[in-house]
Design a protein around this ligand. Structure first.
Ligand SMILES: C[S@@+](CC[C@H](N)C(=O)[O-])C[C@H]1O[C@@H](n2cnc3c(N)ncnc32)[C@H](O)[C@@H]1O
Length: 512
């Protein structure tokens, strides 16, 4: 029988992560900030969706039609279960990229996303995907792609190689994958203890493998134990993508492109002298020793006119979700934190702190006459990237998707009582999902059941823990007694009610 796995790890399923940049709505602000026209998104596709949390959250919370594939049937089956539960507009398949990309019944796509795929597949599959992008990404459409990057990976590459080699030579196919991962990790860690020249050249290697020992073995298996692994320089990815006619657009995180918090004066001066924007990206990766890139590419980048840029911004709607008192006037970057200007940010935050949805045109009207419009746009972009405010979809879409989000969220909240792997709930406001801690999910479930007092929240969490025969661990110490556990849960429930529940309500993930 032919092996469908193509050397890809299949005897252990992937983690249940959510990736916000796979949401086409996350294109809007970075594109406007980069001065680019924003396409309208009706059809979207995710290649290699894993457990399908992102694709399902996006299908439930948006009015786009979603297509996707993952050749692991256990992944595709779970993704289909979520799709059935949510009743959203989504088509998921368990086909390989070769099979899916050659289907004749697919529409053209306004958005194609692949997260955690490109570096872990063969050149043949990379060719299949670039051919698909060339044919099926609509003109003006956006590609989201993430990948392991050089030069950042060059120093740690020996770890990956040894893990993979050890498993290939000594790992038994009949052995449980978790045991194989552990055996290769232990071997490599012990080996590095006696590899002085290598460690001298890359002194961080022992810490890296020590830190890896704390990670989810399912993640480690998919990240390090596949037969294929190819980190790339930005310029190499650019070569791969050039036949697709897509060009680099921008980072999905506007804070990453902000010069003051990311580049020293010397670095800024050097970058200012580079005319070729693609070469500038490779140079930036050298400056930051980038290990992992997440980028938007676009098929036919068009600069937006100033008039249209202003009009598009004016029509957008924002909502503050963080409690005002928790918002700091700081933005983080590679060089550390920078302080944001109080005279710009405070008046905007004052307007948004009623936690109502505001159209930018109205915010603009409420600001002082001499407030410069580009500074308002930049501040909103930064506050959004910091996670303090969210971009809200048009009301007709919010109303349409509410029921799908509710079904998706009910399923996940119910699951949180028995399993702790899915952490994300969909918001009808944003078209995306937000991640919560295990206990916040249990508290949200309790709250939704009408158990709203701190005592009731604590009881529900304690009941869940005892049913699973578990107890809490605080700062590395097991909390053994019931009193200790209840006291800790009370603190968690108080924090939840003050800081987390309001966010879930503002996002309309949960209602009163
Ligand atoms: C590292 S996981 C990433 C999953 C998901 N994108 C995420 O980030 O959570 C890679 C996924 O790609 C799928 N995959 C790998 N090669 C594939 C192929 N040739 N055709 C279809 N799916 C593939 C695997 O089954 C796996 O779920």
């Amino acid at each position: 029988m032919a092996d469908w796995t193509e050397g890809y790890i299949s005897d252990i399923n992937y983690t249940y992560g959510y990736y916000p940049y796979l949401n086409p709505n996350s294109v809007i602000i970075p594109f406007l900030t980069a001065g680019l026209e924003v396409p309208k998104f009706d059809t979207a596709c995710e290649l290699g969706f894993g457990q399908g949390i992102s694709i399902n959250a996006h299908a439930a919370a948006s009015d786009m039609t979603w297509y996707g594939t993952d050749f692991n049937p256990a992944h595709a089956s779970f993704a289909q279960e979520l799709a059935d539960v949510s009743g959203s507009n989504i088509h998921v398949y368990d086909q390989s990229f070769a099979e899916f990309c050659s289907r004749s019944d697919l529409p053209d796509f306004d958005f194609i996303g692949l997260h955690g795929i490109w570096s872990w597949i063969s050149d043949d599959n990379r060719h299949i995907i670039t051919d698909f992008l060339r044919r099926k990404l609509r003109v003006g459409g956006v590609l989201y792609i993430s990948y392991n990057t050089l030069p950042g990976w060059s120093a740690a590459a020996p770890i990956r190689h040894m893990l993979n080699q050890h498993d290939h030579i000594l790992g038994s196919r009949g052995q449980n994958m978790h045991k194989r991962v552990q055996a290769s990790m232990d071997f490599t860690q012990n080996l590095l203890n006696i590899c002085q020249p290598l460690v001298q050249q890359s002194p961080f290697i022992p810490q890296k493998i020590e830190q890896m020992q704390t990670l989810n073995p399912n993640y480690l298996a998919h990240e390090y134990f596949n037969s294929e692994w190819q980190p790339m320089y930005f310029s190499e990815l650019n070569d791969w993508l050039s036949p697709t006619k897509a060009t680099f657009a921008c980072s999905p995180n506007v804070l990453e492109d902000f010069a003051l918090s990311n580049f020293t004066e010397e670095q800024q001066a050097l970058l200012a002298n580079i005319d070729d924007p693609m070469f500038a990206q490779t140079v930036k990766d050298y400056m930051h020793n980038t290990q992992f890139r997440q980028d938007f590419w676009v098929k036919g980048a068009r600069n937006i006119s100033t008039a249209k840029l202003e009009k598009t911004w004016q029509n957008l709607r924002f909502l503050m979700i963080s409690n005002r008192e928790n918002i700091t006037l700081e933005a983080s970057g590679r060089l550390g934190n920078i302080t944001l200007r109080q005279d710009i940010y405070e008046p905007i935050l004052d307007i948004l702190s009623d936690y109502q949805i505001h159209r930018v045109a109205d915010i603009w009207q409420s600001l002082a006459d001499n407030f410069e419009q580009p500074l308002l746009f930049e501040a909103l972009a930064f506050l959004q990237a910091k996670g303090n405010i969210v971009l809200v979809q048009e009301q007709a879409i919010v109303d349409k998707v509410r029921v799908h989000c509710q079904k998706f969220n009910d399923y996940i909240l119910q699951q949180s009582l028995v399993e702790q792997n899915i952490k994300s709930l969909a918001s009808p406001l944003t078209g995306g999902a937000f991640s919560f801690s295990q206990f916040d999910l249990i508290f949200l479930y309790a709250y939704q059941q009408g158990k709203k007092s701190t005592k009731q929240l604590v009881n529900m969490a304690w009941q869940t823990l005892t049913q699973q025969g578990k107890h809490l661990v605080k700062e590395g110490k097991d909390l053994q007694t019931e009193e200790e556990n209840l006291a800790e849960l009370k603190q968690m429930a108080t924090e939840f009610t003050k800081n987390i529940l309001p966010i879930a309500k503002r996002l309309q993930i949960i209602t009163d």
